[in-house]
Design a protein around this ligand. Structure first.
Ligand SMILES: [Fe+2]
Ligand SMILES: [Fe+2]
Length: 176
């Protein structure tokens, strides 16, 4: 159990370094970046559960809960907030919306028939999506958005922040 915890701590630091060290993120985008840390952790927990041989349905239940509780609100914030900065046909916007739809579709497929390869693919795809937003889309937004636009986005993010909720079945720490 302890080694699982330490790996989780290691991963958290690695994820934070990945997202914060090389990138000087605008303070107005930090609320979304914080949620990206949680998203990378979510992806890691799926991988960890698969490596530990956790029951597939058990991991899938966690995925559905995470989507309903956190992810769908995060998607809405991005889609609504960033639509004030990026046009609907901007390639970054197109990629973000296409990814969001693909993530929802992959989750629906998991809920229909859950398999280990589907879960693995879902977690990988989701991790790639977050890295795209942090490394490409957010850098792009910081370059083209005015300070007023970023401030307005920040206000939108703060008025739509959701309560912190945790999943009690921590299968990534112990399989019991
Ligand atoms: Fe997104
Ligand atoms: Fe995001």
């Amino acid at each position: 159990m302890l080694s699982g915890l330490w790996r989780l701590v290691d991963f958290t630091f690695a994820a934070m370094n990945t997202l914060t060290k090389p990138i000087k993120r605008s303070k107005y985008l930090v609320p979304l970046s914080r949620e990206h840390h949680d998203g990378l952790l979510f992806s890691w927990k799926i991988h960890r559960g698969l490596a530990m041989g956790i029951n597939i349905e058990r991991i899938t239940r966690y995925c559905s809960w995470f989507y309903e509780t956190h992810l769908k609100h995060h998607f809405r914030k991005e889609e609504y907030g960033l639509s004030k900065i990026l046009s609907i046909d901007d390639p970054m916007m197109v990629r973000m919306l296409t990814d969001h739809e693909a993530i929802k579709m992959k989750l629906n497929m998991l809920n229909e028939i859950a398999t280990a390869p589907r879960l693995e693919h879902f977690a990988q795809f989701f991790g790639r999506h977050i890295r795209f937003e942090e490394r490409e889309m957010f850098n792009y937004i910081e370059n083209i958005a005015t300070t007023d636009q970023l401030k307005e986005l920040f206000c939108d993010l703060n008025t739509t922040s959701c309560a912190r909720k945790e999943w009690s079945d921590e299968f990534w720490i112990s399989s019991n």
